[in-house]
Write a protein that binds this ligand. Structure first.
Ligand SMILES: Cc1cc2nc3c(=O)[nH]c(=O)nc-3n(C[C@H](O)[C@H](O)[C@H](O)COP(=O)(O)OP(=O)(O)OC[C@H]3O[C@@H](n4cnc5c(N)ncnc54)[C@H](O)[C@@H]3O)c2cc1C
Length: 434
């Protein structure tokens, strides 16, 4: 096995970040740009995508090509090293990360190797949780990664066309009534509307979407008024919403419930959250019930001072609260900003202020149909805004992320380019399927 390291003449402190998602890629750029640290970013993929877009990529309402950020380009631009391949394990005694071969289009491009670190930051994110339900792995689709979203989309469109031509419905069941499931249901309907515009007759009537949750309402993290409004909106669009439903198994026929069944041609599992497999496998580090790594108020592992964890794979319960912070892009972003700012001082043995989470409320977007923003945490009495403004807020989260990755001027140009492209080109996502 290869040893991969920063060159011997380079005496800089080696920070290795595993996971180039919302948190990890932001942090890699910040540390490489603004500090004298030698930064290496390991990711199993070749390009980063803003994960809150995956449901629209899966539905086919957004093309992934225009939003992918290649890691090599980002590394070159900001001055960090990109190491491609899935991290398999960590040797805490030797301070190395074991990275598997990197295979692209069936070819071995990089060998299995060990990458040495002085400080390790884990930012590997999360995946949906099957809760021990039988058949989830074998029969349900996930939309947790770009590949999964692209695969779903590639399968969805031909099936929709076949169903329309055969005069039958394409039945899709989504398990999980949180933000991912709710937003995905709306994007599917929007995709059907777009397909209708391309001459696919009755595309909306062909698509039969059922959204189920075991709880009493959708969007449990939002105020009840938002849950009720989102449900009414989805039902108005034609989605069958079923709450208080217990799924006991998933099979070729769809969902088996404790008191019946929901037939489906495609099942998407968007319920629950657990740490990504690498984080879960690190059992020598303290984890919470979801396998997320327990960190202190400086985002450092409670067990190992050389290891930090941020984003969805990290579990931090703020002082005075009972539950850990939720796995959201907002928190991943804030933790990346925090470590980018304070890690160099911490490594130099200086005192750093503790991480403080700022709650900017929650946003959910129902395609182009509607949106809700819960601003209660700001002390705004009415609490919730709805419609275009809320959808704009959702867009702004992404633009802020882009700004961190590319800089303010580049984001303005990207935004202008997006506007121009959408105004002069036909809406060809569904036709091209890319
Ligand atoms: C469909 C969907 C919609 C969402 N919508 C919203 C939303 O509207 N608002 C919101 O706040 N949050 C939303 N979320 C949640 C949000 O995306 C996450 O909270 C956020 O992405 C967490 O950031 P992260 O950096 O911790 O992980 P991620 O962004 O998931 O990044 C993890 C990275 O680690 C890499 N990785 C994983 N394992 C390995 C390994 N073994 N080796 C190497 N690399 C590895 C992955 O390739 C990935 O690049 C949504 C999530 C999904 C799935």
């Amino acid at each position: 096995m290869f040893e991969q390291d920063t060159p011997r003449h380079d005496a800089r402190h080696r920070v290795v970040i595993v996971g180039g998602g919302v948190a990890g890629l932001d942090l890699a750029g910040a540390l490489a740009r603004d500090t004298g640290l030698a930064v290496t970013l390991i990711d199993l993929a070749t390009a980063h995508v803003w994960k809150p877009m995956l449901h629209s990529i899966a539905a086919g309402t957004r093309a992934s090509a225009g939003v992918e950020v290649p890691y090599v380009a980002q590394a070159r631009r900001h001055g960090f090293t990109y190491a491609a391949g899935p991290a398999l394990d960590i040797d805490r005694a030797a301070r190395t990360v074991h990275v598997d071969r990197f295979v692209l289009h069936g070819r071995d491009l990089l060998p299995e190797r060990r990458i040495a670190y002085d400080t390790l930051v884990l930012a590997v994110g999360s995946v949906a949780a099957p809760f021990g339900v039988e058949g989830v792995e074998a029969h349900a689709r996930h939309i947790d990664t770009l590949i999964e979203a692209q695969n779903f989309q590639a399968d969805l469109l031909p099936r929709l066309v076949e169903a329309a031509h055969a005069g039958r419905q394409l039945r899709i069941a989504i398990v999980g009534g949180g933000a991912t499931g709710v937003q995905f249901a709306a994007e599917l309907l929007q995709m059907a509307d777009i397909a209708g515009g391309y001459g696919l007759n009755d595309s909306r009537a062909t698509l039969d979407v059922t959204l189920v949750d075991r709880g009493p309402r959708l969007l449990p993290a939002f105020p009840e008024t938002v849950s009720a409004a989102a449900r009414a909106r989805l039902e108005g669009l034609g989605v069958h919403v079923r709450t208080d439903v217990k799924v006991v198994a998933v099979d070729e026929q769809g969902l088996r419930l404790d008191d019946g069944a929901i037939p489906a041609d495609m099942t998407v599992w968007a319920a629950g959250v657990q740490a990504a497999p690498l984080a879960k496998s690190l059992t020598s580090l303290t984890q919470d019930q979801s396998g997320r790594l327990c960190i202190d108020r400086h985002c450092r592992s409670v067990d190992d001072p050389a290891i930090f964890a941020i984003g969805d794979c990290a579990s931090l319960t703020p002082q005075g609260e009972e539950r850990p912070l939720p796995p959201t892009a907002q928190i991943a972003y804030q933790q990346a900003v925090y470590l980018g700012r304070h890690l160099p001082a911490m490594l130099a043995g200086k005192e750093a202020p503790p991480f403080r989470h700022r709650d900017f409320g929650a946003l959910v977007k129902l395609g182009e149909y509607d949106g809700y923003a819960d601003l209660g945490k700001f002390g705004i009495s009415s609490g919730v805004i709805r419609g275009r403004l809320a959808r704009l807020g959702h867009e702004m989260l992404y633009r802020r992320h882009q700004m961190r990755l590319h800089g303010r001027a580049a984001v303005l140009r990207l935004w202008l380019a997006d506007r121009l492209t959408s105004s002069i080109r036909p809406d060809d996502r569904v036709a091209k399927g890319d």
